[in-house]
Design a protein around this ligand. Structure first.
Ligand code: FCB
Length: 453
């Protein structure tokens, strides 16, 4: 299984999950600082205060990337380092960190992929309403433009948002993520304002290649998980279509076609109305993009659930039952269904044929142990191997797939799960900050060297 020439191999991280140094060089507070410092929100009451200390160790981390032969590194910029209060002049010491990081990457022959928003909203903006407030979209576009002005001489690959579904619905819907609000109407408004911010920012990131990164999954009935040919009955099919609209089409239809699925508008009608969707917004959101970034971990499994109320993370999901897959699971409890990835990529390439695709995250948490300086994470190797075979199948089936980035380079702060879930191909000992290449890192490096399996 050899991948196309120029297929991009890399790894991904995010600012709050690895950087630490939360008070350094004028960084402002983010909603994740506030949230993680509020007892009970994160497992073990862990915080990102130190994390992987990447802010101080980035040179060594880039050296590891080079050793692993990564061609690309996707990282995110902490908005509160650049604009401590979310607007106004750029903090020179904050942006200087990313200047140094980009230079270090380029010197190592690694192409930077910059994500502008991976969930660390400046707390000052949250206090003015956060993403539920329309103005945040404009603040985001200004911030994006300021970063572009500083880095575009060396960075060409830009992602506006990471996983707007998660930011809106876990942040403002069920409150599992920062800022921890629990209000369906705010979640729906936030989703729209995130999209608006994406559209406004996308127009200010030229010259450059622009991408929107979504958490997408094939939505399947329990029977379809193990039998792609299974045909669901009418009620189950309706549940599948509804959740697909809420998870994926809610973001990609406006971004690519300038339209909202009727399921999203109906959900808004039932939760505070559609007044926040102003004339012209959809035209703004439909800014040309070059790539859709796909973060895939597991399928979404649903069936009809007559009479069930909507789940707090899924306004509009009335009459749907979220089900479990008959499949082995990772340490997150997420089902391992590798061919979900090819099913997803093929569908996206059919539904949005004018836009290229890149797998911007894929990976798994397992309970790794270090033994004599080694980490024998055979389960992670199997997970990655299985999923890469499906990426290859999707390419063979004609999907315009440009690359694959593993989540994650390093073990890191896994949001509400804290440090107890390890996704890295590189192990981090948080007490000493020692890095140890796991077997999966060595295996991945071989895959890259061969451009295939
Ligand atoms: C994704 C996030 C990423 C990481 C993985 C496991 O939803 O984008 O930061 O936490 O899940």
């Amino acid at each position: 299984m050899i991948f196309p020439e120029n297929f991009v191999w890399g790894a991904a991280t995010a600012s709050y999950q690895i950087e630490g140094a939360v008070k350094e060089d004028g960084r402002g507070q983010s909603i994740w600082d506030t949230f993680s410092h509020t007892p009970g929100n994160v497992a073990g009451d862990d915080t990102g205060d130190v994390a992987c200390d990447h802010y101080h160790r980035y040179r060594d981390d880039v050296a590891l990337m080079r050793e692993l032969r990564l061609a690309a590194y996707r990282f995110s910029i902490a908005w509160p380092r650049v604009q401590p209060d979310g607007s106004g002049p750029v903090n020179p010491r904050g942006i200087a960190f990313y200047d140094r990081l980009v230079d270090e990457l380029l010197a190592a022959g690694i192409t930077p992929y910059v994500t502008l928003y991976h969930w660390d909203l400046p707390q000052a903006l949250e206090e003015r309403g956060g993403w539920a407030d329309r103005d945040t979209a404009h603040r985001f576009a200004d911030y994006a433009e300021a970063v572009h002005a500083r880095l575009a001489d060396r960075v060409t690959n830009w992602a506006t948002l990471n996983e707007p579904w998660v930011a809106a619905y876990l942040g403002y819907g069920n409150g599992v993520h920062a800022p921890g609000r629990r209000d369906a109407a705010s979640a729906l408004r936030s989703a729209h304002h995130l999209l608006l911010g994406h559209g406004l920012a996308a127009r200010r990131l030229r010259p450059g290649s622009v991408m929107l990164v979504v958490n997408s999954s094939p939505v399947l009935t329990p029977a379809q998980v193990n039998d792609p040919a299974a045909v669901p009955g009418e009620a189950d099919a309706a549940a599948v279509d509804r959740i697909h609209a809420l998870l994926t089409r809610q973001f990609l239809d406006p971004a690519v076609y300038g339209t909202y699925p009727e399921e999203v508008l109906a959900a808004a009608e039932r939760n505070g109305g559609t007044g926040h969707i102003c004339d012209g917004d959809l035209d703004t959101i439909k800014a040309p993009i070059d790539l859709i970034g796909v973060n895939y971990y597991n399928p979404c499994v649903v069936e009809a659930g007559p009479g069930l109320p909507a789940d707090a993370a899924w306004p509009g999901s009335e009459d749907v039952r979220f089900a479990t897959a008959d499949a082995p699971t990772t340490a997150m409890g997420w089902p391992i269904v590798p061919d979900g990835l090819s099913r997803l990529l093929v569908r996206l390439s059919q539904d949005y044929p004018q836009v290229g695709l890149m797998v911007t995250e894929n990976g798994a948490a397992f309970d790794d142990v270090v033994e004599n300086g080694r980490v024998h994470d055979a389960d992670r190797v199997a997970y990655l191997d299985g999923h890469l075979r499906e990426v290859w199948r999707a390419v063979e089936a004609g999907a315009d797939l440009r690359g694959y980035l593993v989540w994650s380079l390093l073990d890191n702060f896994e949001w509400a799960e804290g440090y107890r879930r390890r996704f890295g191909i590189v192990h981090v000992d948080y007490a000493t900050q020692n890095r140890t290449l796991k077997d999966s890192a060595l295996w991945y490096s071989d895959v890259i060297a061969r451009n295939g399996l």
